[in-house]
Write a protein that binds this ligand. Structure first.
Ligand code: GAL
Ligand code: MG
Length: 976
């Protein structure tokens, strides 16, 4: 039996023990003057919390998880699991093999802290933190994503040296309620510091700043010595303007006999005239300083805040910010970094948020735990609506834990501490009770605490509201389903039963090549009262940078070993299973709209356009109609430039004067160009950029690119040539620039959605990945060669006809394929061929420049685009169909000497040009396993299946499926 009382308690298997010796959470903000304790600490990894410390010390970086530190002997590597716990012990148990990190260092306590209250703050540790100073037990804390503070005043001596030991136990009763879908790590993930205050200090500061300009600052005051000294008082400043203590509040306290010897309560009150209010579009902040004084006027404590005046309320089924029904264009964001796991720096967080702003997001759900305090400062400053989520997810044992009284403390503790910490942030508009933990009494208890403590914000909890979106008596003020079919959301909003806002807490699962039908979602949301948006799942692809040679994480030393979404040679983005784990959930951890290095995936451009603040509503003969789709801002922060895109290859440009529109207003503007009579199909594009520097984007940053068609295509005459095409014995076209002749293709390398949605299995069962071609007949008639062929799968046969005609400069290929009913949902119907090496540049007239697919093409305007072939491919972590371009009318593939080929299509078609055959992609598990082919693999599709989001959630809409029956398409191949 150990003599250490902290160990003797075995707090890792005691859910009732949420903390011991820990200071209450508060929102006092007094950062200056603290002593940072970040850096290298002595470190030992024990095999269990009660194993003796006594081995050799190595060192570990604080903050940092030991699972990502590339140091000798640290053999506890990351493990990815979605729902399942990594061990079989039922809650509250934990496994006997329980990695436990012991961090130790000396701290020199400043001599000038004599007589002050000295506090140790550990930013975050997972999952149980035990604190010893000079061998004496100081405290215990749980909750891996909130800070723990310990009063060391009686333990350390100012001017002296103390040894601080932080013991971090990886598995505990708390792990069962931290079972989020993410990598498991162990360590100290946020900064550690020591600070000192006067014994007479601010214990908490609660700011209420309303849209009306009314400001109320409620303070709690304590003295570490016990009784409060006579005559203490508060002062404050708001943007330099002095604030006084509210005498009426003091009088009322006296009259109601609420005055206490040891707890001071006082209020600052003012009304800001002509207040600049806060919202996510114009996040106006004020500087608030709160000072605590002794009777003689000396200042004993100061708390500084950046505050925003705003209201949040739910009226009927609308969530209102400052009275406006704002759309929630949200994303779920985990703390993630490919080199440091869950430790993220200020610069990282800022870069995340800046990127999100640039792509039209205005909301973040802190999935699934409170983030570093800095993130909320940034959200206040840059303008985001935040759903602040408590660190509770008991996914694997959700039902048992939701009503388990042993966990009651933990639920209330985690939710209340989050609220106590974050309540002064204008960005936080909703509290979330956690994620995927069923629904039980423990949730109701936590919700009850919040409703009393902070009546100014709604609460949401998916698990409560999912039982009945229309209920009015559960713990959620918002119906916040995940991955609900769009039809169900619309039907609910139209049902007459809706009682509360419907904002999906997760939707549009971004795994791999995904986010199909996002534009359809938003068309419905914007058109249907009662629907207000949602949070895309999720921001990050959580690929960890890994050395392929020895399977270790690259750690902090890996900076610079990746670019543009791709890991350097010898490295790869690891996902579940790559660290030798036997139980894991594979690539399901790679499901974000950005790559592990924050490179945006094409889906980000889709979102950017869907969120466009200014849009072209329609084209009428006299002009076009522009609309301001923001909630609070005029268009004066934007500039525009017009482009007229003509099919003949011309793009005319000119400056655009954006009209002075208030939110929701529209205005007709004359057509900026006289559209030339010739030139064929014509499109008008408005390139919208920031007119001046924004905190999140320099002047000139592209914001959106709305576009409208002015004129449809003209028929292009095809002039037959007086020769015939060459075909081989198999009826295949022989062409000097093609290394593989055009054949029929019905398959694509399954996307993650195709795999997890079951389509890929069906396609393999039908034999679509290995169709067997058989020529049925070859006829030649007046220069036209007609090749009839059959493509046999295991479940059916496709009849295919190719009519090849020599035309001026090339060959015209008319195709027809008849799919039997058995092939009722295939990946594509189209042509595939391969070119000689050297044709490395693709120029096309169609949608671009980003990758686009039939159900994800709102962000890719029609234009004349050009990209190197190698840049067309999107390196999704698990190789899959990628690189497609939608609505392609014509393309050329050329070598530097301008030789090459040109393909003209009968209609806008889905085209892809890559270095990979579908089977190359389908047989690789990681991007680094792919071997590019020297030539190009070209697909021209008559029909291509939408992407959908079936890896987690709805498949694409029926209108984006490839139907059986007859498909016809034609194209003309010319040599440049
Ligand atoms: C949700 C869950 C997320 C994540 C996602 C799938 O069910 O809340 O944490 O697992 O699905 O990627
Ligand atoms: Mg989960």
């Amino acid at each position: 039996m150990t003599s250490d009382p902290l160990l003797a308690l075995r707090p890792w298997e005691a859910p009732e023990v949420t903390s011991w010796g820990r200071q209450p959470m508060n929102a006092v903000d007094r950062r200056p003057g603290a002593l940072p304790l970040d850096g290298d600490w002595r470190f030992q990894l024990l095999s269990a919390p009660d194993a003796p410390v006594g081995g050799a010390w190595s060192s570990a970086c604080v903050p940092g998880v030991w699972t990502m530190q590339d140091a000798d002997g640290l053999d506890d590597l990351p493990q990815y699991l979605n729902i399942r716990m990594p061990y079989p012990e039922f809650p509250p148990g934990s496994p006997a093999a329980n990695p436990t990190g012991v961090y130790e260092r000396e701290v020199d306590v400043p001599a000038e802290w004599a007589g002050r209250r000295i506090v140790l703050q550990v930013g975050a540790a997972e999952s149980v933190l035990l604190v010893h100073v000079d061998g004496r037990p100081v405290g215990i804390s749980k909750d891996s994503h909130l800070a723990a503070e310990f009063d060391l005043s009686g333990v350390v001596r100012a001017g002296g040296r103390a040894t601080v030991r932080l013991t971090v136990v990886k598995w505990s009763d708390a792990s069962h309620i931290e079972d989020q879908d993410q990598w498991w790590h162990g360590g100290i993930t946020r900064s550690v510091l020591l600070y000192a205050t006067d014994p007479l200090h601010l214990a908490d500061v609660t700011v209420r700043a309303a849209y009306s300009g009314e400001l109320r600052v409620d303070c709690r005051v304590r003295d570490a010595g016990g009784a409060l000294p006579e005559g203490w008082y508060l002062t404050g400043e708001l943007d330099g303007r002095p604030l006084d203590q509210d005498a009426e509040f003091d009088r009322a306290n006296v009259e109601d006999e609420r005055v206490s010897d040891f707890l001071g309560e006082a209020r600052l009150l003012t009304t800001e005239p002509e207040v600049r209010t806060w919202n996510a579009e114009t996040p106006e902040l004020y500087d608030l300083t709160v000072r605590l004084h002794r009777a003689d006027g000396t200042v004993t404590d100061t708390s500084r805040h950046r505050i925003g005046f705003r209201d949040v309320e739910i009226v009927g089924r609308d969530l209102l910010v400052n009275g406006e029904r704002v759309f929630i264009r949200g994303v779920n964001r985990h703390d993630f970094h490919p080199l440091t796991g869950r430790t993220v720096s200020y610069d990282d967080m800022r870069a995340d948020l800046v990127l999100l702003k640039r792509f039209g997001f205005n909301a973040i759900r802190t999935a699934h735990y409170p983030n570093d305090p800095t993130l909320y400062d940034l959200a206040d400053e840059l303008g985001f609506y935040v759903v602040d989520e408590a660190d509770i997810e008991s996914h694997d044992h959700a039902h048992e834990i939701a009503d388990d009284p042993r966990y009651l403390n933990a639920f209330v503790d985690r939710v209340s501490r989050m609220v106590l910490r974050d309540k002064n942030h204008p960005s936080v508009i909703i509290w979330s009770l956690g994620n995927e933990s069923d629904y039980g009494a423990n949730h109701d208890a936590a919700a009850g605490w919040v409703r009393r403590h902070d009546p100014t914000r709604p609460i949401q909890y998916e698990g409560a509201a999912k039982l009945d979106w229309a209920a009015t008596d559960d713990a959620s003020d918002i119906a916040c389903p995940m991955y609900a079919p769009l039809e169900d959301c619309v039907a609910h909003a139209l049902s007459g039963r809706q009682t509360r806002p419907l904002i999906q807490c997760e939707y549009s699962h971004a795994m791999g090549n995904s986010n199909g039908t996002l534009a359809d979602h938003w068309a419905a949301i914007e058109a249907t009262p009662g629907l207000q948006g949602g949070f895309i799942w999720e921001f990050w692809d959580h690929g960890i940078l890994q050395r392929v040679s020895d399977g270790r994480t690259a750690g902090r030393g890996g900076a610079g070993l990746y670019d543009n979404g791709v890991a350097a040679p010898g490295y790869r983005w690891a996902y579940g299973g790559d660290f030798g784990e036997t139980i894991h959930d594979g690539a399901f951890i790679a499901d974000g709209v950005v790559f592990p290095d924050r490179t945006p995936k094409p889906a980000m451009y889709e979102h950017r356009e869907i969120a466009a603040p200014v849009r072209i509503e329609c084209f009428r003969h006299e002009g076009i109609v522009l609309a301001n789709h923001q909630h609070f801002r005029t268009l004066d922060w934007l500039s525009g430039a017009w482009e007229l895109v003509l099919a003949d290859g011309r793009t005319l440009t000119g400056p655009a004067e954006l009209p002075d529109l208030r939110p929701g207003e529209t205005a007709a503007v004359p057509l900026p160009f006289e559209v030339p009579r010739d030139g064929g199909e014509a499109w008008l594009t408005l390139r919208v950029t920031t007119a001046e520097d924004q905190p999140w984007a320099p002047r000139g940053t592209e914001v959106c690119v709305p576009q409208i068609r002015l004129r449809g295509p003209a028929e292009a005459p095809v002039v037959p040539a007086d020769r015939s095409v060459e075909i081989d014995d198999e009826g295949l076209l022989v062409h000097p620039l093609l290394t593989l002749a055009p054949t029929l293709s019905l398959w694509r390398a399954p996307t993650d959605n195709d795999e997890l949605g079951g389509m890929a299995l069906r396609w393999r069962t039908w034999g679509l990945d290995a169709l067997v071609r058989k020529v049925v007949s070859v006829r030649e008639d007046a220069g036209r060669v007609t090749v009839e062929a059959e493509y046999a799968g295991t479940a059916g046969v496709v009849r295919h006809r190719q009519v090849l005609t020599a035309v001026e400069g090339g060959v015209r290929v008319e195709e027809e394929a008849e799919l039997p009913e058995a092939f009722h949902d295939v990946a594509r119907v189209g042509t595939v061929f391969e070119t000689v090496p050297g044709l490395d540049l693709l120029e096309w007239f169609g949608q671009g420049p980003w990758e686009s697919y039939p159900d994800r093409r709102a962000g890719a305007p029609v234009g004349h685009h050009s990209l190197p072939v190698d840049a067309l491919f999107t390196p999704y972590l698990r190789p899959q169909e990628s690189g497609g371009r939608h609505g392609v009318r014509r393309f050329t593939l050329s070598a530097p000497d301008a030789t090459g080929l040109c393909v003209a299509l009968d209609e806008p078609r889905q085209v892809s040009v890559t270095r990979y055959r579908a089977e190359d992609l389908a047989s690789a598990a990681h991007h680094d396993e792919l071997v590019p082919r020297p030539g190009c693999v070209v697909h021209v599709d008559a029909a291509h299946r939408g992407l959908g989001t079936a890896s987690c959630g709805p498949d694409t809409a029926p209108s984006y499926l490839v139907a059986p029956g007859v498909h016809r398409w034609s194209w003309t191949l010319r040599v440049l």
